[in-house]
Design a protein around this ligand. Sequence first.
Ligand code: ADP
Ligand code: MG
Length: 250
Amino acid sequence: MSASQDVGSELLRLDGVRKSFGDHVVLRDVGLTIEPGQCVVLIGASGSGKSTLLRCVNLLEVVDDGMITFEGRDITDPQVDGDEVRSRMGMVFQAYNLFPHLDVIGNVTLALRLVHGVQAAEARSRGLEMLDRVGLSDKANARPDDLSGGQQQRVAIARALVANPRLMLLDEVTSALDPELVGEVLDLLTELKGEGVTMLLNTHEMGFARDVADQVCFLHDGRIHEQGSPEQVIGDPQQERTRAFLSRIR
Ligand code: ADP
Ligand code: MG
């Protein structure tokens, strides 16, 4: 167990996070904690700030105010090396962004070799192990174009996982998929949760959130309006805005 886990049980903590673009305030006073092994799901309408929140956590956006603590360290400190922080997080996007000219194993191992300095043979063996974990060991030498959308997204998840990130950030990873392909990706996330992978994600899949999330946060206009267990937030929302949102997407 790492030293940071000895100090406190939190892996990630946000306090009073504020982010604006020009005079448009996109996140206001956002507070959130994630313990190792937890799956925290952000829900909310388009434009409520979910993607921006994920991008602030891995320092793709600079927050205006507040603090983000990751593994016990304030990563909003300007001295912090963003690349180093990102190397300990895995991020997966709605559009899988695989490199079309590389085969699947090449995609999965590229950052391991170039960012993490892992030798080719070891990178390949870790990559194959990860492909096996996402159920795609027979596709190592396929090109992304020859895979279904669901398979491509599983490759993108394997690519993010292969460097053993402490935290996975997943931004609407099933939204671009045909409906019949959504299940295989959600099943994979459910398995990862079972294996103890810590995840912060946003999705419109309320069934998944209800079954897998430890915490659900409802964002509206950049603010967390309601936060708690899925039974509370999805099953028995207390805020009128949460109820209105849930009734629209059901
Ligand atoms: P969500 O993911 O919940 O749909 P976003 O975080 O993408 O919401 O966006 C929240 C708000 O921030 C939106 O109004 C969006 O237009 C705005 N926004 C996001 N990124 C930028 C940016 N780089 N520049 C200006 N406005 C942005
Ligand atoms: Mg978004």
